[in-house]
Design a binder for this molecule. Structure first.
Ligand code: ZN
Length: 430
């Protein structure tokens, strides 16, 4: 076994330039959520050339709609699911081993404002051992790592006992309904799944609960010179805003979550957040604002369900309204829209978690910690709806979703080694 492992590790060292070249090609194919087709065609060819059985298919929205986790994502509303395929390759083992699903999301967030970047976001330029570009870290670096982890085993003619599934999915940045959820509903199963989100020496074991909501506040219009005859909806919306921020402070004091705090020192006490991200209201400077709406996101770590959180937000807004003479009689309307994700947590005592932790510590030469629970991840679809234990593990990078996103290339190779050893150890070698 030791000899096989050594072979795989030195194969990956020898392929360093090829892996970086592969990643550069992938970064240079823009795949902003909704426009994943070209990058998926590229991955289809890569998996096919590796000799895998490959399937490329578009999500069936009628099937998705019947699932309780379904919501209409922003990109679904804009593009639908035509020309947005998922790609899944299968390598059949000899039998008698555990199966593993390696999965990465192909979609990336918008690179805007492009002019603010030091290097063009679709360049994949390499400077000081880092590759820059939108998606370089989140998570095309991880896709390069997992692709070459499996490729090393295939190229060396090593026979595994268990099956390997390897896939690239759409729409993770937008909720993964047409991506990971569609994959699970299509019936793909494995004994464990590793999603190659960036992380370096952190293994992601939790996905946050996430809800979007809109609060509509009505006022009464009047001419600005007779504002005392009207009721300004912007002012009334501020009452709602303050109540939400008070709830946020109180929840942050009450709700602590170790894995979220492990993500970064500044995450201490911030495992849950309420953000008011959009405000719209009024029509005209000379008219007292007759309406205002706030659009908000609440995120929280495992421990509360969607219905618990909805109840708390609704109660908070209604209680605050009772203390205002206008809002008491004209209560705000709350609408839940878009993102609606239950939180999920992977038991860290599961053998796949222990194996990846041990293997990562061996390859990286440093302590690996468990993290997660502040952002919604595709792992929840695998865990909650597929019954597949799932974690995230991927290369180290910075500025994901920001300007000058980069991935550390040493880390891409190391991650590939961790994943290759994990495949050998988890699936078994004949
Ligand atoms: Zn990601």
């Amino acid at each position: 076994m030791k000899i096989v492992e050594e072979k795989v590790l030195s194969y990956l060292d020898s392929k360093r330039d090829e892996i970086i070249d592969f990643l550069g090609k992938l970064v240079r194919i823009p795949s902003v959520v909704g426009e994943e087709l070209e990058a998926q065609k590229f991955m289809y060819n890569v998996f096919r050339d590796m000799g895998l059985e490959v399937e490329m298919w578009e999500p069936d929205v009628d099937v998705l709609r019947r699932h309780p986790a379904f919501f209409e994502t922003t990109s679904f509303k804009k593009y639908g699911y035509r020309n947005r395929p998922n790609v899944i390759g299968r390598f059949r083992g000899e039998g008698g081993g555990n199966s593993l699903f390696l999965c990465g999301h192909i979609d990336v967030v918008s690179p805007e404002p492009i002019n603010a970047w030091s290097y063009p976001p679709w360049s994949g330029i390499v400077v000081d051992g880092k590759m820059y570009g939108r998606g370089a870290a989140d998570q095309k670096g991880g896709i390069a790592s997992m692709t070459y982890a499996l490729k090393s085993i295939l190229d060396l003619g090593i026979k595994l006992k268990g099956d390997v599934l390897i896939g690239t999915t759409i729409e993770e940045e937008d909720g993964g309904i047409g991506g990971a959820l569609a994959v699970v509903l299509k019936g793909y199963r494995a004994d464990a799944a590793i999603l190659t989100e960036p992380g370096g020496s952190r293994i992601g074991v939790a996905s946050a609960g996430v809800l979007y909501f809109r609060v509509k506040v009505m006022g009464r219009t009047a001419h600005a010179s007779r504002a005392h005859l009207g009721v300004n909806a912007i002012e009334k919306a501020c009452t709602v805003y303050r109540a939400l921020m008070e709830l946020n402070r109180e929840r942050q004091k009450r709700i602590r979550y170790e894995y979220a705090e492990n993500e970064a020192p500044h995450m201490k006490g911030r495992a849950t957040t309420i953000n008011v991200g959009v405000i719209r209201g009024g029509d005209w400077p000379s008219t007292v604002a007759g309406w205002t709406e706030l659009e908000c996101r609440i995120g929280w770590p495992p421990g509360e369900s969607i219905s618990d959180v909805k109840r708390e937000v609704e109660t908070t807004i209604m209680e605050a309204s009772k203390e205002d003479s206008w809002l008491r009689d004209h209560p705000p309307k709350i609408e839940w829209f878009g993102w609606s994700a239950e939180p999920s947590e992977q038991d860290v005592n599961h053998p796949i978690v222990k194996l990846v932790k041990g293997t990562a510590e061996e390859v990286l030469g440093e302590r690996v910690v468990f993290a997660g629970g502040s952002a919604g991840l595709d792992t929840r679809h695998f865990i909650l709806y597929g019954g597949i234990p799932a974690i995230t593990f991927g290369p180290e990078g910075e500025n994901t979703h920001g300007i000058d996103e980069y991935v550390n290339l040493d880390s891409v190779i190391k991650t590939s080694k961790v994943l290759a050893l994990t495949l050998l150890r988890w699936c078994g070698v004949t």
